[in-house]
Design a protein around this ligand. Sequence first.
Ligand code: AMP
Length: 307
Amino acid sequence: MSLVVVGSIAFDAVKTPFGERERMLGGSAVHFSLAASFFTDVRVVGPVGDDFGDDEYAVLQKRGVNTDDIERVEGGKTFFWRGDYEYDLNTAHTRDTQLGVFGEFQPKLSDEAKQADYLFLANIVPQLQSQVREEANGARLVGLDSMNLWIENEHDALAEAIGKVDILFLNDAEVRMFAKEPNLVRAARSVMATGPGVVVAKQGEYGAALFVGDRFFSLPAFPLETVMDPTGAGDSFAGGFMGYLASRGPDALADNTELRRAMTYGSVIASFNVEEFGTERVARLTRREIDERYSELRRMTSLGEIS
Ligand code: AMP
């Protein structure tokens, strides 16, 4: 089953207490597609400038990601994001954003992209998310991620986009901020009343919580001794989650066990992502490593025998 992702394709400059990189491959759609590529066919849609070279394409193509729908704008510059983190790695501080080719981006989906069964609207301006959702008329299951910037500046447009999707991924603070409700459970339920049947509230190093109907599932993050750079953790989580669901067929959305497995795969891939900078670790990850960590996380979170 094929999965299309529309979002940012970027160069990131990132500084954490453990090191820094001046220019590395990043972007919401890039982190998402690398993670999802372990489970299903992935096609990435987004613009790049002519500074986006063969080495960057190669990272995606080596993982089998279809790059035919990447639009290369001659004379344009690829989206650039600069951010840093203090010892609290859960909070990214944005220092610079240069839209470059994103400024005039009008998504044009190929026929293959329009017909894909699964769609992920990664973090971009919400008006574009809505537009893509409407164009992708073949999509039977749609996920969406966003960020505080759009919650603060484009609340109505974001609400419209969220109303059109099945699964919403946000940080827990963002769920509260979007719903204007300080209690996470109430906030998630109020968002669900507007459309998405599933809300995933990401909680950084503390894990993630899943709301579906009147049910709830919570999973801690995999305990790591080394965390270098959390950039892309949210997108890797969503990529693992959506990629796994896509590999199980559209009925998986109604199956609580499948949703729990999707949470676990999301968490596992995010845990690899943060061990090194940018896409470095996930680019050379193997399915075997994923499955080993999945089993470990399962063991760690199992109640076992209750007497
Ligand atoms: P996250 O998974 O939330 O850590 O997302 C990290 C990625 O988001 C980085 O690789 C950035 O390139 C990208 N990003 C940062 N700001 C924006 C923005 N305003 N729109 C789209 N993507 C962004």
